[in-house]
Design a protein around this ligand. Structure first.
Ligand SMILES: [Mg+2]
Length: 285
């Protein structure tokens, strides 16, 4: 009992200390508790690391095969997503969760922007080694991300990646960064940007953690259509499409709330409702 009380008071003290350090009131009751396991998987699981190494090892093999194949008349190129494919933002997610758990990554553009400008994201395991391998093999690399296409965010991302050792990240390499238009009336599909790269290059590989990183047929779809499309395109995975694990966020999760969003346009989704919607999608037999 005494030990239990000590643990409880110790926990309260840590929460108060955390509030003091951050200057914010911590509200764990609003936390998206279900995201914690995903964050821990990304940050601590050796299996996560192994999956990333596996993906990049496969990508290296594909480059070696493309280099020996004949027939491409345009320069060989790779299109890659950034967040949770090449760079690891899990510390941002954990920080949001610990310091102000009412905030989620999907509804806090300002906080997310702060993180981008902070330039402290780490590399996904195996990423720098792989992109350096591609660079040394004379493969062009295009970073297509849905980070916002404003000069401050592009420059901060480029500098963050330059410090980590990624190629094509010098001050003169901004044409390798194709980010999302800040005009909210425009769609955030990556299709237009992929087409721009494909007009001048023979794209041998696409890398991403979200299936919309690969093909427009994954844009804005429901769960059944996404799964059917993955089935239809199964021969491409591990060949021209290299997929990375992301158990924290992505279209795989946001698609659960499509019906709510349709019925309540522009309104935030309360965390309790979010969790009950998720439970409704569990398969139990
Ligand atoms: Mg991503």
């Amino acid at each position: 009992m005494k030990k239990k009380l000590t643990l409880i008071f110790g926990g309260v003290f840590l929460v108060l200390l955390s509030s003091f350090i951050t200057g914010k009131i911590v509200s764990f009751d609003q936390a998206d508790e279900q995201s914690v396991l995903g964050m821990l998987y990304q940050q601590r699981a050796a299996e996560y690391k192994a999956l990333c190494f596996q993906a990049y090892n496969l990508a290296k093999e594909r480059i070696a095969a493309a280099r020996t194949a004949k027939g491409a008349h345009k320069p060989l190129a790779i299109i890659t997503d950034l967040d949770e494919t090449a760079i690891d933002n899990s510390a941002c997610n954990s920080r949001l969760y610990m310091h102000d758990s009412t905030v989620t990554i999907n509804s806090t553009v300002n906080t997310l922007k702060d993180w981008w400008l902070h330039k402290t994201a780490k590399a996904v395991p195996g990423a720098v080694d792989f992109f350096q391998y591609a660079y040394k093999n004379k493969i062009d690399i295009y970073y297509i991300s849905n980070r916002t296409a404003t000069p401050d965010i592009i420059n901060a991302t480029r500098e963050n990646m330059h410090a980590l050792g990624f190629p094509y990240t010098s001050a003169s390499d901004n044409d390798h960064f194709l980010f999302c238009s800040p005009d909210s009336s425009k769609l955030n599909s990556k299709e237009y940007r992929r087409n721009l790269v494909e007009q001048k290059n023979s794209v041998i590989l696409f890398l991403g953690d979200n299936l919309a990183d690969f093909d427009k047929r994954f844009d804005y779809k429901n769960i059944e259509d996404r799964n059917q499309m993955a089935q239809n395109l199964k021969s491409k995975f591990g060949k021209s499409y290299i997929v990375f694990p992301n158990a924290v966020y992505g279209d795989w999760e946001s698609v659960f709330y499509n019906e709510y969003k349709k019925a309540h346009p522009g309104q935030p989704l309360p965390i309790g409702l979010k969790e009950s919607i998720r439970r409704g999608f569990l398969i139990t037999k």
